[in-house]
Design a protein around this ligand. Structure first.
Ligand code: AMP
Ligand code: GLY
Length: 421
């Protein structure tokens, strides 16, 4: 079987390594992939957003099944384009990917179907937004409507900061057209949990829960990043909370999308906050999380390709989705200076055992050498019987990945270890 995976980060590397376990898979093409993915798949330099050429490549190379992993091609209709050429795909069509592509859509959906989320107002006029802020509760959260590379959220601690955020989005357009509409919402508190879930639009089968570490610095200080490390399962996500989320959030969301004529098939990511009033949705993503995937898939005991095809075919109810009861931890190595300015082009070396445990995110091959080419460079994952052992082993293995100017947080998993203590 010939597979095509759209994307080129650590998440895609983890997906490809899991897909490869199926003995029916003969070829995997990664578009565009990266220098590290090149050891596990054939990388083809077609950008993930070049939908026309992705579809043409799939037809020419007689691809049997495609997985579209990143948000932008999904929102732009990559699945629709591949399906139009007769290529079955894992991932939502554009009309369902809007659940991530528009925060206004997502908030209005939750309000209409009574899915718990932060109270909010939508604005398309800056003066109205500024007037609203005169009396809004502080802190408050300002969100640009569209995709903004995960940076479109500003938590304002003062009224001034909130007004500056609105002006920067709506007048200065720091996130481009994403700032034409904004959401101003209630500031929530509580532990955050990421739950990725498989769905065929009929049933929903959640994966093991995880915890991301979004800030650049130790003890959750510094700027927001794409994620500096993850652990799974998330200790705050107890069986009782899981049951409540299934009844109040997961099933109602699938039903709401169906009722809107926007059936969601693929991986739906629920970004949850466990507030004193119960679990609430912070955000939906229409895809696997990065670096959540790097701890979730190593714990998957069932066959990933079989599950993905069941999501496409509508047979997920009859398909086993089983996770190990072990623990996983992923430690990201980033380029010093990420998420703002950083240098690229440093050679990466890995010990053999580190290589096996490492998913490559930002690297390119040049004359046979692996060179850094992005902010997040690698993610090293360990699986162990306890969370403590998984953290220790992930750091030990990550010591075997070396490049100049490498930076990592030293406290991935610490908060999870302290949960309930
Ligand atoms: P997002 O890009 O939607 O994942 O938001 C980035 C981060 O901002 C989240 O992971 C939360 O930590 C935080 N956040 C977003 N919305 C809220 C909210 N309503 N209250 C508190 N924190 C929030
Ligand atoms: N790790 C957060 C995300 O994938 O959006």
């Amino acid at each position: 079987m010939k597979l095509l995976v759209v994307g080129g980060g650590g998440r895609e590397h983890a997906i490809i390594r899991s897909l490869k376990k199926n003995p029916a898979v003969t070829d995997i093409y990664a578009l565009p992939g990266n220098g590290g993915i090149a050891s596990d798949a054939v990388c083809v330099p077609i950008p993930a957003t070049d939908i026309e050429n992705i579809a043409a490549f799939a037809v020419e190379n007689q691809v049997d099944y495609a997985v579209v992993a990143p948000d932008d091609p999904l929102v732009l209709g990559c699945v629709d384009a591949l399906e139009a050429k007769g290529i079955p795909c894992f991932g939502p069509r554009a009309n369902a990917a809007i659940i991530e592509g528009s925060k206004v859509f997502a908030k209005n959906l939750m309000k209409k179907y009574r899915i718990p989320t932060a109270a909010y107002e939508v604005f398309d006029n800056m003066d109205a937004a500024l007037r609203y802020l005169d009396a809004a509760p502080i802190p408050t959260v300002i969100k640009a409507d569209g995709l903004a590379l995960g940076k479109g959220v500003i938590i304002a601690q003062t009224r001034e900061e909130a007004k500056d955020a609105v002006k920067s989005m709506m007048a200065d357009k720091i996130f481009g057209a994403s700032g034409d509409h904004i959401v101003i919402e209630e500031f929530l508190t509580g532990p955050e949990v990421s739950v990725l879930a498989f769905t065929d639009g009929k049933v929903v089968k959640p994966m093991v829960s995880s915890m991301d570490h979004k800030r650049a610095g130790d003890n959750d200080t510094g700027l927001n990043t794409g994620g500096m490390g993850t652990v799974a399962p998330n200790p705050y996500y107890t069986e009782e909370v899981a049951k409540q989320c299934m009844e109040e959030i997961f099933l109602p969301t699938i039903a709401a999308m169906n009722a809107e004529g926007r059936t969601f098939r693929g991986c739906l990511y629920f970004g949850l906050m466990l507030t004193p009033q119960g679990p609430k949705v912070i955000e939906y993503n229409c895809r696997f999380g990065d670096p959540e995937t790097q701890v979730v898939l190593p714990l998957l005991e069932s066959d990933l390709l079989t599950i993905m095809r069941a999501c496409t075919n509508g047979t997920l109810a009859d398909t086993e989705v089983k996770f190990s009861s072990k623990h996983a931890c992923c430690v990201i190595l980033a380029s010093q200076g990420y998420p703002t300015a950083y240098k690229k082009g440093y050679e990466i070396t890995m010990t053999p055992e580190a290589r096996e445990a490492t998913f490559v995110a930002g690297a390119k091959l040049e004359d046979g050498k692996l060179l850094t080419s992005g902010g997040r460079v690698t993610g090293t994952t360990a699986v162990a019987d306890s969370l403590e052992a998984a953290i220790r082993e992930a750091y030990r293995l990550s010591d075997g990945v070396k490049f100049e100017n490498a930076y990592r947080r030293s406290d991935i998993g610490r908060r999870a270890l302290q949960a309930g203590k």
